[in-house]
Design a protein around this ligand. Structure first.
Ligand code: ARG
Length: 458
């Protein structure tokens, strides 16, 4: 396929050059946005009298037909073309002759590509946001069913204090709500029209940038033409937000993997979302969770690639920037794929409440509450802490728990203890007394669930 820039050149392009230079294999996914952007541009050129109205109408009709034909499978995108912009313009000219050649007036591929990526990524942000909302919905449902499912909360992977499974799930939900919010912020900054920046220095034609912005649903127009064509901070920001989503999913995956092990057995994944081993008949592996954890590395790599591509190039456009698309598309696709598999995996997993409760009753996770009991009887916290520490050591010696240690032993360590200590260290009570906003009591967790549901309803 012919290049758009032939005039100056005497020789044909070497095949190796075209293969290396061409971006069609990955920018072909922008065909719809490229055509819609061109339709808006041509409409504006006609409205401003830069081209004849009749020609503008022919161009927009021709572009609409091309779009329909690609979507309907009647027109195949030529993989030998330099890029999607070249292909669409070439096809338009093949269909309309001279009139097609007027489309690119007052425009460069530099502002065109900057526009297309923004349009594509705005849609992708919407899609990913919907997927995040589905996961948040599933987490809220699962949490609602588990506000009384006692489990150990951990620090250093050591049993620490009693919480509920609902509380644990809502921690991830809070992270995902921030992820959603972050995507919204990024979309706001992305929603600025670069078209009209030209190659770098704008244009002498009396174009109406605001009209194009309005036609394409952009909130504003970019303030500086050099910047309009030569920053990809919106890709970097998005890759960063996607990396953070992957950090959250990866951490969650790590816990799912642990919880599936016989050492924990807190959850059982549905058969439809686990895999077996080719040799060990007993195995049921949490492959989805492991893959999500593994794929996080790809997305971090994409972010690093984008940062590295951009860090040393002089203004304005440089061909290095063509590398932006593979990186950001890979990050977008990976996150979408992970969410597609992760959400139903969580939705269908069985929570083994009894195993969580059993794990919670060993490991002295009510020791803080035991110390707080003594504080309630007038002892200073530091002394109460020390007395409880002695009791824990005693229990370990005797193979007992705080629940099964006889009251005489308590009294021998501190005479403030009475029979009511057993009520004070009851795990259900320890959890449900933590009424502090954000805490694990059923009441606090329900408030967290309602908050998350309100956020995704907006
Ligand atoms: N395929 C190019 C890219 O993705 C389009 C812009 C080409 N501009 C240029 N000056 N060669 O960056």
């Amino acid at each position: 396929m012919a290049q758009l820039w032939k005039g100056r050149f005497k020789k044909e392009l070497a095949k190796e050059t075209n293969d290396f230079n061409s971006s069609i294999k990955f920018d072909c996914r922008m065909f719809e946005e490229d055509i819609k952007g061109s339709i808006a541009h041509a409409t504006m050129l006609g409205a401003c009298g830069i081209i004849e109205k009749s020609e503008s109408e022919k161009i927009t009709a021709g572009l609409s037909e091309i779009l329909d034909d690609i979507k309907g499978g009647r027109l195949e995108i030529d993989m030998e073309a330099e890029d999607i912009h070249t292909f669409v313009e070439g096809e338009l000219t093949a269909r309309l002759g001279q009139t097609g050649k007027r489309l690119h007036t007052a425009r460069s591929r530099n502002d065109q590509v900057a526009l297309d990526i923004r349009m594509v990524l705005k849609n992708e942000i919407n899609e990913i946001s919907e997927k995040l909302k589905s996961l948040i919905t599933v987490l809220c449902e699962k949490a609602e069913q588990n506000t009384d499912t006692i489990m150990p909360g951990y620090t250093h992977l050591q049993r620490a204090q009693p919480i509920t499974f609902a509380h644990h799930l809502m921690a991830y939900c809070a992270m995902l709500c921030r992820d959603l919010d972050r995507l919204g912020d990024i979309k706001k900054r992305m929603n600025v029209l670069p078209l009209g920046s030209g190659a770098l220095a704008g244009t002498t034609y009396p174009i109406d940038r605001s009209m194009v912005a309005e036609l394409l649903g952009f909130d504003d127009i970019s303030a500086n033409s050099l910047d309009g064509v030569s920053d990809r901070d919106f890709c970097i920001e998005l890759a960063c937000a996607l990396s953070i989503i992957m950090v959250h999913l990866s951490r969650f995956s790590e816990e799912i993997i642990m919880w599936c092990s016989w050492e924990f057995k807190f959850v059982e994944l549905d058969d439809a979302f686990s895999t077996g081993s080719s040799i060990m008949p007993q195995k049921k592996n949490p492959d989805i969770a492991e893959l999500v954890r593994g794929k996080s590395g790809r997305v971090f790599g994409d972010l690093t690639a984008l940062l590295t591509v951009m860090k040393g190039i002089a203004l304005a456009y440089n061909k290095d920037m063509q590398e932006d698309k593979e990186a950001i598309f890979d990050a977008v696709d990976t996150v979408k794929m992970c969410l597609n598999a992760f959400t139903p995996m969580i939705d269908t997993m069985t929570v083994l409440k009894e195993n969580m409760r059993n794990a919670a009753s060993r490991g002295f996770i009510n020791a803080t509450d035991c110390a707080d009991y003594l504080v309630g009887k007038g002892l200073a916290f530091r002394d109460a802490y020390k007395a409880t520490g002695e009791l824990v050591a005693l229990c370990i010696d005797k193979g007992l728990t705080l629940e099964t240690l006889p009251i005489e032993e308590y009294k021998a360590v501190c005479d403030l203890f009475d029979e009511d200590v057993y009520t004070a260290i009851n795990l259900e009570k320890c959890v449900n007394d933590r009424l502090v906003p954000g805490g694990p009591s059923a009441q606090s967790v329900m408030a967290q669930i309602e908050r998350a549901r309100r956020l995704i309803a907006i």
